[in-house]
Design a protein around this ligand. Structure first.
Ligand code: GUN
Ligand code: ZN
Length: 436
């Protein structure tokens, strides 16, 4: 193959962000009504107007015409549980009961031969079908869960963050490791997978309730030894959870202080939920650079509460957004943002379509510290791409008849959209989903 034959260009309506719509308004996004996304060796070479770029392409460049569809950077999901793909839609419980009644039952099945592999393949299929090309993924306590996920993700060349859950108390015997074995298995997984191809490791103590102080100390040791790994856990999701965590760690000033004491609160920390945060906890997040991960469909489904995004912004805390399958109810980041909008509406806040689409692309990339690689169409970024038909359903096409401008069209997409709108997903320039 000649060098030029490696060039592929996607033609359509390009939309990506280089700034934050909250602070920069219209200047934050780039929209090219007839654009070309030029890809070379899996990376963005350039993105711009078709008229000016077409003449610069070599004669044998492959041009894929996606007009009139939208071409955006692949979506990013900052928190999802791979072992909970068969827990989604479990009836009638809030967090602690839901964990015991449903989640801890399903997660035990990952000890069975082949089950983790089946769930990993399903999870990746479903993410990609929804246009999500990167996610921060929880495994189960079994080392094999993370191993299976990484193997499948590596095979598909997707950029994924994942980790084996660490938990050594307050869970069924079959779902517990020890401070020692959790440390050892996580270390081995980091050595095997962190930085291999596009795979990244997240040190994953489930939450303070299911870890002894010895285990949180071991997680903190891992974090100190591997400062470029993420840390992912849960905090301040549910009142009963908070009371239990405080009881288990009476010496800590608050829930965030539990993690902070063990060196688990820093710029790589992805902290799920953050609903019932105190003044001091917000301050600890701002001081350490920890990321608050907003999971709207989960927070509504489990009756956990309303995430206060305006307050997080005001306090200078980074926010990421996520599905939290299986407490969450949709794999779609569009659907997730539709629910985020409603959560904010209930608090007198708003969320424009541009802010929502920024959040699930560049915003999440920045919150995860991955913006040098993904989240936009800047030259050199990995060419993870979603192609969207904004009028894919009858109801959406009908509604769009009255849309006057791009902002309105995008708001319809965010409010009514899901996987039915995904025409194509590309991973590092290769098409992996053919939808529509
Ligand atoms: N807190 C601890 N584990 C979990 C979990 O699996 N899901 C949710 N939503 N919260 C948690
Ligand atoms: Zn979770």
């Amino acid at each position: 193959m000649t060098a030029s034959a490696a060039i592929r260009a996607l033609r359509g309506r390009l939309l990506w962000f280089s700034g934050d719509p909250w602070t920069q308004g219209e200047a934050a996004h780039h929209y090219v009504a007839d654009g070309l996304l030029v890809i070379e060796n899996g990376l963005v070479k350039t993105a711009g107007d078709t008229r000016s770029l077409l003449a610069t392409l070599p004669a044998d460049a492959e041009i894929i015409d996606h007009r009139p569809h939208l071409i955006m950077p692949g979506f990013i999901d900052a928190h999802i549980h791979m072992p909970q793909t068969q827990v989604v839609a479990s009836y009638g419980a809030q967090l602690m009961d839901w964990l015991n009644r449903y989640t801890f039952v399903e997660e035990q099945k990952l000890a069975q031969q082949g089950h983790a592999e089946k769930l990993a393949a399903f999870c990746l299929d479903e993410l990609l079908a929804n246009g999500t090309t990167t996610a921060a993924v929880y495994g189960s306590v079994h080392r094999q869960s993370a191993e299976a996920f990484f193997r499948e993700s590596h095979r598909r060349n997707t950029r994924m963050i994942a980790g084996k859950v660490m938990m050594d108390r307050n869970a069924p015997e079959a779902l517990t490791d020890t401070a020692e074995s959790g440390y050892r298995d996580s270390s081995d997984l980091i050595a095997r997978w962190h930085g291999k191809g596009r795979q990244l490791y997240a040190i994953t103590p489930r939450f303070a309730i299911t870890s002894t102080p010895e285990q949180l100390a071991a997680a903190g040791r891992l974090a100190a030894e591997h400062p470029d790994c993420h840390i992912q856990t849960h905090i301040d999701e549910n009142r009963a959870e908070i009371a239990f965590a405080r009881e288990l760690y009476p010496e800590a000033a608050d829930y965030a202080d539990i993690y902070r004491r063990f060196g688990l609160l820093g710029p790589k920390s992805l902290m799920g939920h953050c609903i019932h945060m105190t003044h001091n906890e917000w301050r600890a997040f701002a001081e350490t650079g920890a990321v608050a991960v907003f999971c709207p469909t989960s927070n509504l489904f489990l009756g956990s509460g309303l995430f206060d995004w305006a307050h997080a912004r005001q306090r200078g805390v980074k926010v990421a957004v996520a599905t939290d399958i299986g407490g969450g109810t949709s794999y779609s980041m569009l659907r997730t943002m539709a629910e985020a909008y409603k959560v904010l509406q209930l608090q007198g806040q708003s969320l424009s379509a541009f802010a929502a689409l920024h959040a699930i692309t560049l915003g999440n990339a920045q919150a995860l510290g991955l913006d040098p690689w993904i989240g936009s169409f800047e030259p050199g970024r990995e060419a993870d791409v979603v192609v969207l038909d904004t009028g894919a359903t009858r109801a959406m096409a009908h509604r769009l008849e009255t849309a006057r401008d791009l902002a309105e069209e995008l708001f319809v997409l965010v409010t009514l959209g899901d996987d039915r709108n995904v025409v194509a997903t590309y991973v590092a320039g290769e098409r992996v989903v053919r939808g529509g």
